[in-house]
Design a protein around this ligand. Structure first.
Ligand code: BG6
Ligand code: GLC
Length: 941
């Protein structure tokens, strides 16, 4: 945290504490001017110091001292936020579960009940969903019997319920469900918007049997007793939250509020991950600081005066709420009384008169203190107040009492500012901003009664948190609309949450769903392997003629091609005893070529090979070539692969049903490039398994989660009904992307999946792949977002033309948006690039959609893989299988949570398999070269 000035420097221009009581020049007695230049801690040594001067000095802490208090406040706040120390913290930093400010779409009837110091206020508000332009509002105030504050809790809540009843009767309210927000300005432990246990009473309240109880339930029970069952208490709010919302009125969002009324408190919008006691790391949440208790552990020791100690000792809760007792209006009159009393005892005031009247509690009211401060009428007020106590004050006495009053109120303002500065610095720090610009809603009679209070608040906060610009917005909430808005927001959020949950529910798979997917995959695998059932199976289980994983004896130089993923690559791979060396080049395959004619596609491939050979000086050599061709092929041998169907956006004509090796050779001939010797063609899964198998002999599965998704594994040859021979194993390219193309997964597909599928060039095909792989996830998210806009759940229901564009929401956005610790401003930035004006809540929701879609993808992938590892374990008759999966693909590699979600779910679904994931580093081209190397080894004499 930065400090506004170096220690030892002067607190402000001219050395005068900026909040020190301001009086008119000339009229001010010398003592007041002296007050300007003091530094606390030195005043005791000033020989000429009079008792009055000393009292004023004690009441005017220096800026350095306030700076130190701010640091301690920040420490206390950090303690309150941290899970470990929350329970013992003096500043409790209570979560309010309010995560949103009004957005204008709030709509409907609602009710608010506010418990105040001496009355209960009831409100009925109708919002029209018109941007809150013309809310209709009725309210009534019910005076509360004074003895109620110390009566039973039951009596208090019955009284409040009766107010509700009477009010509703008077206004003839409708009988439909009426959400009610309850403003309860005491410190509560909330576990939800509508669940709040009273921690402790304050401000003179001490009703029995309420502390430790859920206040929402108490009120609801009292309301139910009166048979008002349609009134439903949905939210409990602290008064500071109401102030924040009320000040947010009219397009100026306030993210901090402070109240300096009878008591004092503040709230602010904190980054959700700061609020450790709540398991929520997305977005922001309003935190009720309950800073009134700051100092209860002694943290205010060096600013407390003897007057404060006396006020505390005579209060109903000695030792507690020390900060509030220096700042809250309930106590200022008492501080003044004790200061005046001690000065009178020292004969510095009312010389010679009896001052015993000053010994009586509450002889000075805070209201009088505020009146006495006034420049014009203050002296007269001082006189009449003192005379009313039976004193006969001199002009000098009145003047000094006025100075004391000013010092006490100014100190309250300066201390509020100190707390505010702590909040500002905390927000600035946690949002990682260089400069925080923020609006602060302010309310409470102290702030309203005296303009100087606001000036001091503003200037001291500015000095103590120079990295922040805070604009004070006085709450104009005379009718309680702010509080009503909170209830409206709460109601909107409840409804919205419900709708969001409904929309996302089909995408959230249960464990039972996943077990079923696993069982279905297993069933389809068996069908794919069976000689007779193969033709109808959605999982093709294609033999690859790769029967061994590398054993390390492979040698030689090879060319490799890698077609079908994000990049088309040509490589030269040198397999030596010391290891493998590779050089490669990435070439672009334009969409027009992907979707043009087969001839053009293979001509393009051969041109790239020739370009590469030229660059690598390999034109003269005839190197054996391994071809990674990442599409489903019926292999008739290691170097003969008939394309079954295109996937992943390819559709070049004249290729399906053809041997792709032959197509390549034909193109080479057309280009008169005779030096091409294709020895092996492999799927990318196989290439990946082989590449990883070179480093880990346990690697007997290959997995791709990239543009598409697929897996291969080593199957017992005797199980492969589609090839002759029973000995050993053969790698099977599952082509699991097509799982479900026969309808077996239909109940898992959501409307969004169907919309995505319909617009692809292979509708109805590759249905499993379209739930999992990178080519489709962004599109699924986009369709969900469109549905949310449609339901007014996002972007205030404003449609964006760009969001309606296919493929505009790329899967890389999911990876970025879901990155841990990514500030939501950055999410907003991504959305802004899509011309989406996202609010903070919008960003949180977009993130949730991304998380839901990518989690489902990872879990489905796990279900598929669980079927594979379990089958392998059973094949081998093992109780436990230890195996490695070689894995590749941009989604798997780039997404921040995919791999973890996949691995967790896999472990859950296949607990008897210890599966290690080995990420392929150099792509499957290397694997293709290894397959070529094995082939060459086997054919050489
Ligand atoms: C690469 C392989 O490493 O991964 C490709 O070399 C494969 O053959 C790819 O298709 C899969 O990932 P993506 O994300 O590029 O589709
Ligand atoms: C598609 C292809 C498959 C490939 C996978 C991953 O599913 O059909 O052959 O392995 O994408 O790239």
């Amino acid at each position: 945290m930065s400090s506004p000035r170096r220690p030892g420097s002067q607190p402000s221009r001219g050395g005068r504490a900026p909040w020190s009581p301001r009086g008119e020049r000339g009229r001010l007695p010398p003592v007041s001017r002296a007050l300007g230049s003091f530094q606390l801690g030195h005043q005791d040594n000033i020989p000429s110091c009079t008792p009055v001067q000393r009292a004023l000095m004690l009441l005017t802490p220096s800026l350095e001292k306030l700076q130190a208090v701010k640091c301690r406040m920040l420490e206390a706040m950090d303690k309150g936020l941290s899970r470990q120390t929350h329970a013992q913290a003096t500043v409790r930093m209570l979560p309010t579960f309010i995560c949103s400010t009004p957005d204008g779409t709030e709509k409907g009837d609602l009710m608010v009940v506010e418990l105040c110091q001496s009355h209960v206020r009831t409100l009925f508000v109708t919002l029209l969903g018109d941007g809150n332009q013309s809310p209709q509002l009725m309210y009534k105030i019910f005076d509360m019997p004074a003895d109620m504050l110390q009566g039973t809790g039951e009596a208090l809540f019955d009284f409040i319920a009766q107010c509700v009843h009477k009010f509703l009767e008077e206004i003839g309210s409708p009988q439909h469900r009426l959400p009610l927000g309850f403003v309860f300005p005491f410190s509560c432990r909330q576990t939800g918007l509508g669940k709040a246990e009273l921690i402790s009473w304050s401000k003179g309240f001490q009703c029995s049997d309420v502390e430790g109880k859920d206040v929402v339930q108490l009120l609801q029970a009292a309301i139910n007793k009166l048979e008002l069952y349609h009134v439903q208490v949905i939210a409990l709010l602290n008064d500071t939250v109401g102030t924040m919302m009320a000040s947010s009125w009219g397009g100026k969002p306030c993210e901090i509020a402070l109240v300096t009324g009878t008591g004092t408190n503040s709230c602010f919008m904190a980054e959700a991950e700061l609020v450790e006691v709540v398991e929520e790391s997305n977005g922001r949440m309003c935190v009720n600081s309950e800073w009134g208790c700051f100092g209860d552990d002694g943290a205010l020791g060096d600013v407390l005066t003897p007057y404060d100690h006396r006020v505390d000792q005579e209060s109903s809760n000695p030792g507690e709420r020390r900060f509030e007792k220096m700042v809250g209006g309930l106590y200022l009159g008492e501080i003044v009384r004790h200061a005046v009393l001690m000065l009178a005892t020292e004969q510095a005031l009312f010389v010679g008169a009896s001052t015993s009247v000053l010994g009586a509690k509450d002889a000075f009211k805070t209201q009088q203190v505020l009146e006495i401060m006034d420049n014009e009428t203050g002296m007269a007020k001082a006189r009449s107040a003192l005379e009313a106590l039976g004193l006969q004050p001199s002009e000098r006495d009145c003047c000094r009492v006025q100075q004391i009053c000013r010092a006490v109120v100014s100190r309250a303002a300066a201390l509020s500012a100190t707390g505010l500065a702590a909040i500002l610095s905390l927000m600035c720090r946690s949002r990682e901003l260089e400069r925080l610009v923020v609006n602060v809603g302010v309310d409470g009679e102290l702030y309203r009664a005296h303009a100087r209070f606001g000036e001091i608040l503003q200037s001291v906060a500015g000095l103590l948190a120079p990295e922040c610009t805070a604009t004070l917005v006085p709450s104009a909430d005379t009718n309680g609309l702010g509080v009503a808005m909170v209830t409206a927001v709460a109601q909107r959020l409840l409804t919205q949450r419900h709708e969001v949950e409904q929309l996302l529910a089909p995408l959230r798979l249960s464990r039972a769903d996943l077990e079923r997917v696993q069982a279905l995959m297993r069933q389809e695998m068996e069908r794919g392997l069976g000689r007779d059932s193969n033709a109808d199976a959605s999982v093709r289980m294609l033999p690859t003629y790769v029967c061994n994983t590398p054993d390390g004896t492979e040698r030689g130089d090879f060319l490799a091609l890698d077609l079908g993923g994000t990049n088309f690559r040509v490589l030269v791979v040198r397999v030596m005893q010391e290891g493998i060396h590779m050089a490669s080049e990435i070439y672009v395959v334009p969409t027009s070529v992907m979707q043009g004619t087969g001839e053009a596609l293979f001509d393009h491939i051969v041109e790239c090979i020739m370009d590469f050979q030229r660059k690598q000086n390999l034109m003269e050599q005839v190197l054996p070539l391994g071809f990674t061709f990442s599409f489903p092929c019926q292999q008739l041998g290691l170097d003969k692969a008939v394309l079954l169907t295109w996937t992943k956006g390819f559709s070049a004509s004249g290729c399906v049903g053809q041997d792709v090796v032959q197509l390549l050779r034909d193109a080479a001939q057309r280009k008169q490039h005779v030096a091409l010797k294709v020895v092996a063609v492999v799927n990318d899964t196989v290439g990946t398994m082989m590449a990883c198998g070179y480093d880990d002999p346990k690697c007997e599965i290959g997995l791709i989660v990239g543009t598409g998704t697929n897996a291969c594994y080593m199957e017992e040859r005797k199980n492969v009904g589609t090839v002759e021979g029973d000995e050993g194993r053969m790698c099977i390219n599952m082509e699991w992307g097509a799982f479900g193309d026969n309808g077996c997964l239909d109940d898992i597909f959501t409307t969004f999946d169907r919309m995505v599928d319909e617009k692809t060039i292979n509708a109805g095909k590759q249905r499993f792949e379209k739930l999992i792989s990178g080519m489709y996830l962004g599109e699924i998210v986009r369709h969900i977002l469109l549905a949310m806009v449609d339901k007014q759940l996002l972007f205030r229901g404003k449609p964006s033309l760009k969001l309606q564009t296919r493929d505009i929401f790329q899967t890389t956005f999911l990876s970025t948006i879901e990155t841990d610790g990514l500030a939501l401003q950055q999410v907003q930035g991504i959305l802004r690039d899509l011309e989406l004006d996202a609010s903070f809540e919008d960003s949180v929701l977009v993130r949730e959609v991304c998380q839901t879609v990518s989690l489902r993808a990872a879990q489905l992938c796990a279900a598929g893989l669980a079927a594979v590892v379990e089958k392998m374990r059973e094949n081998r008759g093992l109780a436990q299988l230890a195996i490695t999966v070689g894995v590749d693909g941009t989604l798997y590699k780039m997404h921040p949570h995919f791999s973890q979600n996949l691995q967790q779910m896999l472990q859950d679904l296949a607990p008897n398999c210890a599966v290690t994931f080995l990420q392929s580093e150099d792509g499957s081209g290397k694997g293709a070269a290894l397959v070529a190397a094995v082939a060459c080894r086997e054919t050489s004499p």
